[in-house]
Design a protein. Structure first.
Length: 378
């Protein structure tokens, strides 16, 4: 079976003994271990102009990880290509030259672990939101795309990826309707708004849903079959607030994904233990959880017993300690244990990693996961 076929089988009601493998945020792994993955220069992560390079890097990543899906990225429109030249200066810096003006921008290689993004920095400081108009401005609707509008060049890389790496499941990432709200309100502001301005929070989730519905439609046109639906921070609201502010809009999103003939994996970051039944109402095809950390425990065998085949489940191999520090024998033992849990979930199971691969994880440890699955699963 191809990787795509294994994922489709694992997401189906019948399940499969041929467990597929997916990573958690492979682009983070690529950022931190670029030279161990590809021969392309590191500054190529700063440009999508060269579609050939993008395809080669995708192939290189699949070869290293053994993952059964391949991420799709839009390429720049034809009108925006060829405007810059990038020259490497040393191991950590390069310069980006505007060919029309000669203006030079210095590019710095992200350190292991990455820079603090402007988005994350905004969690602490955000405007006070008092109106729907503010929310509309902060969450603008993307354009409604068609095959014709995307044929301006943005469809080139995803379509070639699907054509040339067709043995893998083509996927990309979106978020739940609630997930962007801490970034427009600020974390403290959103927590207060859930109590003081609940109708405004509901409108924020509705607006975010409208944004995501357009993204789903666009990615369907670009060839994505699987959407990784990220959610963070909703373990910071009560189960009752989760049911009010998040679940109805998440269900509308997953229903739209299903109507589009696509599949959704709901990646819930945080402690699921007081709301697992609510998570199972998401409407997604599969549920992915973190590994035990942050003061809570998530045992995949216990979760599988509770899920009991009602939806597919992803494994949560420990990226922070087990995968980074090993030994390989312990990694293999945990893979075997998680495969056993998957059989208890009627074979509706995908081997996954609870968090992004850490910067110091040896490639041999990551490859040991794939090798163990290929050996232990039929």
């Amino acid at each position: 079976m191809t990787g795509r076929e294994k994922i489709l089988a694992a997401l189906s009601p019948a399940g499969t003994p041929h467990a597929p493998i997916v990573l958690c945020y492979p682009e983070i792994f690529m950022r931190d271990q670029w030279e161990h993955i590809t021969r392309e220069p590191w500054w190529m992560m700063h440009t999508g102009d060269d579609v050939e390079v993008g395809i080669r890097v995708s192939r290189d990543l699949q070869a290293v990880t053994g993952e059964d899906r391949v991420r799709l990225w839009q390429s720049p429109p034809h009108r925006d290509r060829g405007k810059f030249r990038i020259e490497g200066l040393d191991a950590t810096t390069a310069r980006k030259i505007d060919l029309a003006t000669g203006q030079v921008e210095i590019l710095r290689r992200p350190p292991k672990g990455g820079f603090v993004s402007q988005k994350d920095a905004g969690l602490g400081v955000a405007p006070v939101i008092t109106s729907r108009e503010q929310i509309d401005e902060l969450l603008p609707l993307p354009p409604e795309e068609t095959a014709a509008t995307l044929a301006d060049g943005r469809d080139e890389r995803p379509r070639r990826t699907v054509r040339e790496l067709g043995e893998y499941m083509p996927w990309t990432q979106i978020n739940t309707p609630f997930d962007p709200l801490p970034y427009i309100w600020g974390f403290d502001g959103l927590m207060m708004a859930c109590c003081d301005s609940p109708e405004l929070v509901e409108y924020g989730a509705q607006r975010s849903l409208a944004v995501n519905l357009r993204k789903v439609a666009t990615w369907r046109l670009l060839g994505a079959e699987l959407l990784w639906i990220q959610e963070c921070m909703t373990d910071q609201i009560s189960p009752a607030q989760y049911r009010r502010f998040n679940l109805p809009y998440l269900q509308q999103l997953t229903a739209a994904i299903r109507r589009a003939g696509m599949y959704g994996i709901y990646y819930y970051c945080g402690n699921p233990n007081d709301r697992l039944e609510l998570l199972l109402e998401s409407g997604a095809h599969a549920l992915a959880l973190e590994e035990s950390k942050k003061g809570f425990d998530i045992d995949v065998a216990e979760i599988a017993a509770k899920v009991d085949g009602r939806m597919a489940l992803l494994g949560n191999l420990d990226a922070m300690v087990l995968l980074e520090r090993g030994p390989v024998s312990a990694i293999r033992t945990e893979v075997a244990r998680q495969l056993s849990a998957g059989r208890r979930n009627s074979g509706r199971f995908i081997i996954g990693i609870g968090s992004p691969v850490t910067p110091d994880t040896p490639l041999a440890h990551l490859r040991a996961v794939a090798d163990a699955v290929h050996e232990l699963a039929p």
